[in-house]
Design a protein. Structure first.
Lengths: 243, 511
């Protein structure tokens, strides 16, 4: 009992550390790598505010994917929007008092969990049914889907079938902020759910999940189309001019 | 119908997505560059010893120099949105011609040498050592990408396979595995000044011949000046324009248009080439060196504006990169963007009412327009996004009575590459070029059948050359592809100079 609590406490400290430092490292790397040439995919906005709008459409609506493939868009968007609602719902375990908007979102978080599973199932089905997508799928692509599906199913099962003591769960996580280990309920489903979430945090900076920060740094999407008006030059290219 | 040693695809009403056929194009590979063509570009003549380590080092260097490459190696989630977007996949069904399939050729090496997951669990994440087999695959398939960026339009993260194939070619060049076609041409630009290797005297001769032809045909003395110091506009155009049909009809059109504009202009023997194959091989250094010729020519000729002729990738380098590579342009007239596209120039004159057209001169043609990939997805014309689509169409509508667009899915930013871009316009890749043209040929065939279209205009020397060669494979005629400015030249109503009638030699003293 005490062992489990301690194990999970350290697991989450470790996962949080890997996640935060790993993602910060990648973001720093992306930010510090210069983009030496203007390569926005045109037609592109000519101003910074236009670029912000384009980026918001990509992040919120998955605009390019919508143009690219409707099935992938519908399943992908369901999954991501569901994940957002689920994440917001789960915030109640990590804050005290619970903010009003988070209270409001609680019921929608459940629908979000269902949408997540449906979306993931659709995306996974494409990896088997569409020969082109089957060809490009590596084992890790299947495993990440499996991981997310298991997280979703174990979560929904706890909501609807095998309830856990959520007051104790909240006490456990609130305790982690102060290095004060409160006992974690030992329901197998909960332990599985938490273990997989920690695993997801750990692999995040080392996997394709980097698409999340990556999008913001994609030069074809985040550059303004103004090369004739503003001279764009990278530091390493500037050095060539001194020769 | 041209004879083919391979199966030419059957045209279909809609371009269908084929089932994947692994290895279908594994045999396609362009001629390898000889040492003579490698060294002028600063590359080793042949495969170096210890090539594997040198290639990995180079990849590391490029990952640190290009954010695009670093982000695109990491970000792909294998969603599959790009898999049915590449014309080479649609035409060949080889899965390594799916954009993600092509990217993965580099990504598996990246993962093996630059990521924790790939070092620890290569099989799990699809990481692989950089073996000779992988290098051979690189050479084959990174020369089956025309860098047209169609995939980047549909990718949720904007991953641009062109960036990856450019980096791959740069890495291969640095270990001595270059492509003959591109590198021979760049060496020719350094030695002679243009891709076709036309020396100055030959250019001057050609232009004099053009002046005579136009005079004979129209009775108006239209000038085709070269190396004329103090002209207002320096025109930089692909050397194909000096040389062959249908390109030269475009050049004739530029001259007539300038004649009517009253703006003095000149070509340059030094910058007698708009093309910049440095981009195709992903070499910033070579691209910059080629661009500098234009700066030098502009200074030497004391021009005030720079205008580019019809050339797709040249316009990308000009519009998007020239300010970076050869700017700043503070010695030119600040009232005009630098550089300008010939279509922007012509369009402005049309807007100002300075050109008069007799559209009936083009009544023998029912036109459609092919958006060239680099113009469509990597540049702009005019002040507003999308001007690169509207301005050429406005010129066609101003000069022709009959114009129909092809299917919306195959034009504007969803346009299909002609099949010969990105440094692949070489006879040793004929099978790839013919098969890669299929999506465009399908769409063209549709408007031919449904709208009675007879001709397709383009604003790219590579597109025009490619279509002249490929149209006959699909049972069409090579003369069906024309320059946009041929339409301008044919419909324009010329104003004779008062001197034209009496004395041919009166203006010979200004050169």
């Amino acid at each position: 009992m005490a062992f489990l609590t301690t194990f999970y406490a350290f697991l989450f400290y470790f996962a949080a550390l890997v996640f935060v430092s790993g993602v910060l490292f990648k973001i720093t790397q992306y930010a510090r790598t210069p983009a030496p040439l203007k390569i926005p995919t045109t037609p592109a906005p000519t101003t910074t505010s236009g670029v912000v709008l384009r980026m918001m459409r990509e992040v919120v609506l998955f605009e390019s994917l919508f143009r690219g493939n409707k099935w992938t868009w519908i399943f992908g968007w369901m999954f991501h929007f569901g994940l957002l609602l689920v994440t917001l719902r789960h915030l109640r375990y990590f804050i005290e008092p619970v903010w009003f908007p988070i209270e409001l979102v609680q019921p929608f978080g459940i629908y979000g969990g269902m949408a997540m599973i449906v979306g993931l199932t659709g995306l996974w089905a494409r990896r088997f049914l569409v020969d082109r997508v089957r060809y490009i799928s590596a084992p890790s692509d299947h495993l990440i889907l499996a991981l997310l599906v298991l997280i979703g199913i174990s979560g929904l099962l706890m909501k609807f079938v095998f309830h856990s003591d959520i007051v104790e769960i909240k006490a456990f996580f609130m305790g982690l902020y102060a290095y004060d280990f409160q006992p974690l309920p030992s329901d197998p489903l909960l332990l599985l759910h938490l273990f997989l979430v920690a695993l997801l945090l750990i692999i995040f900076p080392y996997s394709k999940l980097l698409h999340a920060p990556g999008l913001f740094f994609s030069p074809t999407r985040n550059q303004a189309d103004n090369p004739r008006e503003v001279r764009h030059i990278a530091p390493w290219a500037q050095q060539l001019e001194q020769k | 119908m041209a004879k083919a040693t391979f199966l030419v695809p059957e045209l279909t009403q809609y371009t269908e997505v084929p089932a994947v056929t692994p290895g279908a194009m594994a045999h396609s590979s362009p001629f390898v560059s000889k040492p003579d063509f490698q060294e002028p570009l600063g590359y080793p003549g042949e495969l170096v010893e210890d090539w594997q380590n040198k290639a990995i080092d180079k990849m590391g260097e490029l990952l640190g120099k290009y954010r695009s490459l670093q982000v695109y190696m990491d970000a792909c989630v294998k969603c599959g949105a790009c898999t049915d977007k590449c014309h080479y996949f649609l035409g060949t069904s080889d899965p390594k011609n799916m954009p993600v399939g092509r990217q993965d050729l580099m990504r598996k090496v990246y993962r093996r040498y630059f990521t924790v997951a790939g070092k620890l669990f290569p099989k799990l994440v699809g990481a692989e050592d950089f073996t000779k087999e992988v290098l051979d695959d690189w050479y084959s398939y990174f020369h089956q990408c025309s860098q047209c960026r169609r995939c980047s339009v549909f990718c949720p993260y904007g991953i641009d396979t062109a960036e990856i194939s450019m980096a791959a070619r740069e890495i291969m060049d640095c270990i001595g595995v270059g492509q003959k076609y591109c590198n021979e041409i760049i060496a020719k630009v350094y030695k002679v000044g243009n891709n076709l290797g036309l020396p100055g005297p030959a250019l001057i001769d050609t232009l004099e011949g053009l002046e005579e032809d136009v005079f004979d045909e129209t009775g108006v003395r239209v000038r085709y000046p070269i190396d004329q110091v103090g002209a207002e506009v320096l025109l930089v155009t692909p050397s194909a324009d000096f040389f062959a049909e249908p390109h030269v009809d475009g050049l004739i059109g530029y001259g007539k248009m300038f004649h009517e504009s009253g703006v003095t202009w000149t070509l340059s023997t030094q910058a007698s080439e708009a093309a910049n194959f440095g981009m195709f091989i992903g070499s910033y250094d070579n691209m910059r060196r080629i661009s500098q010729r234009i700066r030098e020519a502009a200074i030497k000729l004391k021009v005030k504006r720079i205008v580019f002729g019809e050339c797709g990738h040249a316009w990308r380098v000009a519009y998007s990169f020239l300010n970076t590579l050869a700017g700043p342009w503070d010695f030119l007239d600040p009232r005009y963007p630098v550089p300008q596209h010939i279509c922007e120039f012509t369009y402005d004159l049309i807007q100002q009412g300075k050109l008069t057209f007799d559209k009936s001169e083009n009544d023998d043609k029912v036109m459609t327009f092919h958006d060239s990939c680099n113009v469509a997805r990597a540049s702009r014309m005019g002040d507003t996004p999308g001007g690169q689509f509207e301005i050429p169409r406005a010129i066609i509508r101003a000069t022709c009575n009959h114009f129909y667009d092809m299917d919306e899915d195959t034009i504007r930013d969803r346009t299909f590459c002609c099949g010969g871009g990105g440094g692949l316009l070489t006879d040793d890749l004929m099978e790839l070029r013919v098969k890669g043209a299929k999506p465009r040929m399908d769409a063209l065939n549709n408007v031919i059948q449904e709208k009675g279209v007879t001709h397709m205009a383009a604003i790219c020397a590579i597109c025009k050359t490619q279509f002249s060669k490929v149209l006959p494979y699909y049972g069409m005629d090579m003369s069906q592809i024309i320059s946009l400015h041929q339409l301008v030249g044919d419909a324009i109503v010329l104003t004779p100079d008062p001197e034209d009638a009496d004395d041919d030699d009166s203006d010979d003293d200004d050169d």
